[in-house]
Design a protein around this ligand. Structure first.
Ligand code: ZN
Length: 475
């Protein structure tokens, strides 16, 4: 007999959308079949009137992370034990955080340290991007193939220092020589680069210029982390990728210029992918001036209506492959502590809202198809970053990671809808449709708004990227 049967829902699969039953045995999907009232299972969930979509994959979080905007205070963002509770409520069953490799450490040690921090502390499954930062010894790059073989095939680099230098801030930036070296290793061993692309010179010059002009207001962030910086850096990175043969995943694409650079590269057949954030798609630089405006800030910065239009066009049609949060969960007090250009707290709190917001804004408002919704919230991240076919699709043999969305829900989000911190930037937002139940590897972890999962549910999932994703734009 089956363990679990999800009956009567509108199921979103790579082959199409239809009224099917999803049969689950143990942690895996056993079958997707026409409704059959005689099928028996230990548990049956009636999904009539609901959509059944693949569990969300959040490809970009910074949990238990040093808060570098207030370097004197030694603060950290909330950990997986707090943030992933929100994820499962919001339909996200897997996330990717970072392990930071800085001079003085090596890759396997950085992975082990982060994995130990997460073990038994996550409601959702997880993995880590390997972040390469600072003046790393050239020899260290020889460890890249081993990390890929161990199930960690994505390597994050920053092309710019995001903030002005400070003695207590770790350098983030990797110089372009080292980025080239990383790309060569990654290209040869079926890995991918995850790039935070901004132009270092432009960003640092703008900080200096505003400092000299004694203009310190935080809302100027859009002029420091500006559109020209994104244009220059995306194109420079794509040139380097073309030269080395590396596939690139651009994190938090924020501007039309970034979307256009990615679209052009893809038209030339290059394996270049863009991620954006629901915050970038829904808020603009004007919102910085609202009383809680810095709630919406992450680096690079919020942009303008024409950028939002380009991001939505890329999400609904093609060119922007994934949605992420750049999750950086803190209390409201910490998020709003800095008001100046150099100390506004970056990062978002929105992994819990991501699936619901993209459903409401994309499917309900902008005619995004249900399959495209599954692509940009789950399937594409699974493919590009190596969870597929184990995760990211509702298919026989895949992990039974599923979310039930009730498309009839219409509400104004309030604090009670969220389960991580003492605020959400999405309070007051009107939504149409919202996740109600979540299944992680066959276990019902949230049922009609009730938490049934625990921090011992989440597992470290090894990743391997299909060569087809790394040779041409596959999704
Ligand atoms: Zn980030």
């Amino acid at each position: 007999m089956l363990d679990l049967l999800i009956r009567g829902g509108e199921v979103v699969t790579p082959q199409g959308v239809g009224k099917w039953d999803v049969a689950i045995q143990g942690e895996r999907i056993a079958a997707i079949s026409l409704p059959d009232a005689r099928a028996e299972a230990a548990r049956v969930i009636d999904a009539t009137g609901k959509l059944v979509v693949p569990g969300g994959i959040e490809p970009h979080t910074h949990l238990a992370h040093f808060v570098s905007m207030h370097p004197e205070d030694d603060l950290f963002t909330l950990g997986p034990e707090e943030d992933t509770r929100g994820m499962v409520f919001g339909g996200t069953t897997t996330h990717i955080d970072f392990c930071f490799v800085r001079p003085g450490t090596d890759i396997s040690h950085a992975i082990e340290t982060r994995a130990a921090r997460w073990k038994g502390k996550s409601y959702a499954d997880y993995s880590f991007h390997v972040a390469l930062q600072g003046q790393l010894p050239i020899k260290l790059f020889d460890q890249i193939p081993e990390a890929i073989r161990a199930g960690f095939p994505s390597f994050k680099v920053f092309t710019a220092e995001v903030l002005p230098p400070h003695p207590k801030r770790h350098p983030y930036r990797l110089d372009f020589g080292r980025i080239q070296l990383a790309m060569e290793k990654v290209a040869a061993h079926d890995g991918i680069m995850a790039v935070h692309a901004e132009d270092h010179d432009i960003v640092q010059f703008m900080y200096e210029k505003f400092r000299e002009e004694k203009r310190t207001e935080g809302w100027l962030l859009s002029e420091v982390h500006n559109k020209l910086s994104e244009l220059l850096s995306f194109r420079r990175t794509i040139q380097l990728a073309t030269h080395t043969g590396a596939a690139v995943y651009f994190v938090h694409t924020s501007a039309k210029e970034g979307v256009e650079a990615v679209a052009e590269a893809r038209a030339r057949g290059l394996p270049i992918y863009a991620e954006t954030l629901h915050h970038y798609a829904c808020f603009t630089a004007e919102d910085y001036k609202a009383p809680r405006g810095f709630c919406y800030h992450t680096y690079p910065s919020l942009k303008y209506p024409e950028d939002q239009a380009a991001l939505w066009n890329g999400l609904v049609r093609d060119g922007v492959s994934t949605t992420a949060t750049d999750e950086y969960p803190t209390s409201l007090e910490l998020k709003l502590r800095g008001k100046d250009l150099e100390n506004v707290t970056g990062g978002n709190l929105g992994a819990e809202a991501r699936m619901g917001i993209i459903f409401s804004e994309g499917v309900m408002k902008r005619r995004m198809s249900l399959q495209r919704f599954a692509d940009v919230t789950s399937t594409n991240a699974a493919r590009i970053l190596g969870f597929h076919p184990r995760k990211g699709v509702i298919a026989p043999g895949s992990d039974a990671d599923l979310v039930l969305i009730d498309p009839a829900i219409m509400k104004t989000l309030s604090r009670d809808d969220f389960h991580v911190s003492d605020y959400s930037p999405w309070e007051g937002w009107q939504v149409h449709g919202w996740p109600v139940s979540t299944v992680l590897r066959g276990k019902v972890v949230v049922e009609n708004g009730r938490l049934l999962g625990s921090t011992s549910d989440g597992q470290l999932i090894p990743r391997k990227i299909s060569p087809e994703v790394l040779r041409r734009p596959a999704c």
